[in-house]
Design a protein around this ligand. Structure first.
Ligand code: NAD
Length: 334
């Protein structure tokens, strides 16, 4: 089996190479993202392996099918980078890694929360310049405050456990409620109205796109903390900036953003004409933006490599479609 591996970084090779050798799978690594422009690199392979910011749109999916690709492998949980309707129409399986380490992302959401609340990033920058002034760094105690968790899947649940550990009163919203759990579900409007902290853990879908916008921000408490480790498209960035200009938030912690596909995972410090919206966003002291690193732990990388390669092996050898995305969506939609 031969895989064309896109958006490769050194840490990907480190995780995938030893395992691929053991499993007799050949991988060719490309630095390019998988997009309609680069898809021809996949000619002659059995599968492609792509990451969160690749663009496997309908044109790319069609080309992959024409090249005889047997499966589109995603080395991530999110599946918004692939045109799933096209893949379904052409009977091309999209195999993902649904849960490599929910705790990795949940712990990072908590990291962002603690950091923006206590202004750790500002204190860090000040101390570099021997400025030990604490004016402007005042935070709030989280114990007794209300946290609203939107999306109570694997990562949302792991986040709830951590927030409860802080002594927070946790409320949650999900379109599919887990009735077996002890989660305190409320309506989205109630969550917006009551929460001191809001953290997003839903996939990016047509329904969740821009769920945080001027209208929903207006429903939130003044001084709320907003955390997004899910997908940038959940937040309308222009609306977020407007609200930041009105000093709506105590802090905003983002590991993802709408503009990330052009910038993330690369050093773009030399770029002159940087995206203005993104520049404006990072200019606010109350915003802490990281470059989609929430997943990035030893445990996650090992698990991602293992599940991704087994997804291909099990599909080719036994027709196993356990981690196929369209089948997953059909199963939850009934
Ligand atoms: P999951 O599938 O276990 O849970 C997602 C939850 O969202 C489900 O409970 C689902 O019912 C809910 N949901 C779906 N549509 C909704 C809607 N319209 N309104 C409210 N709830 C809705 O997924 P997960 O493993 O918890 O991951 C969540 C997301 O986190 C992923 O889709 C991915 O985009 C993102 N993620 C980010 C990183 C990172 O490094 N920053 C890493 C992994 C995953």
């Amino acid at each position: 089996m031969r895989i064309a591996f896109f958006s490769t970084k050194p840490y990907d090779k480190e995780a995938f190479d030893p395992l691929a050798k053991d499993m007799n799978i050949e991988i060719d690594y490309f630095g390019e993202q998988l997009t309609p422009e680069t898809v021809s690199l996949a000619k002659g392979y059995d599968a492609t392996c792509s990451f969160v910011n690749d663009n496997v749109d309908a044109t790319a999916v069609k080309a992959l099918k024409d090249y005889g690709i047997k499966a589109i492998l995603l080395r991530c949980a999110g599946f918004d980078s692939v045109d799933l309707d096209k893949a379904k129409e052409l009977d091309l399986p999209v195999l993902r890694v649904p849960a490599y380490s929910p705790e990795a992302v949940a712990e990072f959401a908590a990291t962002l929360l603690l950091a923006v609340n206590r202004r750790v990033h500002t204190g860090y920058n000040r101390s570099k310049e021997f400025n030990f002034e604490i004016d402007g760094l005042r935070g709030m105690v989280l114990k007794g405050k209300t946290a609203g968790v939107i999306g109570t899947g694997r990562i949302g649940k792991a986040t709830i456990n951590i927030l409860r550990g802080f002594g927070m009163n946790v409320i949650a919203y999900d379109i599919y409620q887990d009735t077996e759990s002890d989660i305190n579900y409320v309506s989205l409007d109630e969550l917006f109205a009551k929460s001191d902290v809001i953290t997003l853990h839903t996939p990016l879908t047509p329904e969740t796109e821009h769920m945080i916008n001027s209208e929903t921000i207006a429903k939130m408490k003044d001084g709320v903390i907003l955390i997004n480790t899910a997908r940038g498209g959940l937040i309308n960035t222009e609306d977020l900036i407007k609200a930041l200009e009105e000093d709506k938030f105590r802090g905003v912690g983002l590991d993802v953003c709408e503009q990330e596909s052009e910038y993330f995972f690369e050093d773009n410090s030399h770029v002159i004409n940087k995206d203005r919206t993104l520049q404006r966003l990072v200019s606010f002291n109350k915003v802490l933006l990281t470059g989609h690193q929430a997943f990035f732990t030893d445990e996650s990388m090992d698990a991602i490599a293992e599940v991704t390669l087994n997804n291909l092996k099990n599909f080719v050898e036994n027709g196993d479609l356990t981690n196929e995305v369209n089948l997953f969506l059909e199963s939850i939609q009934g």
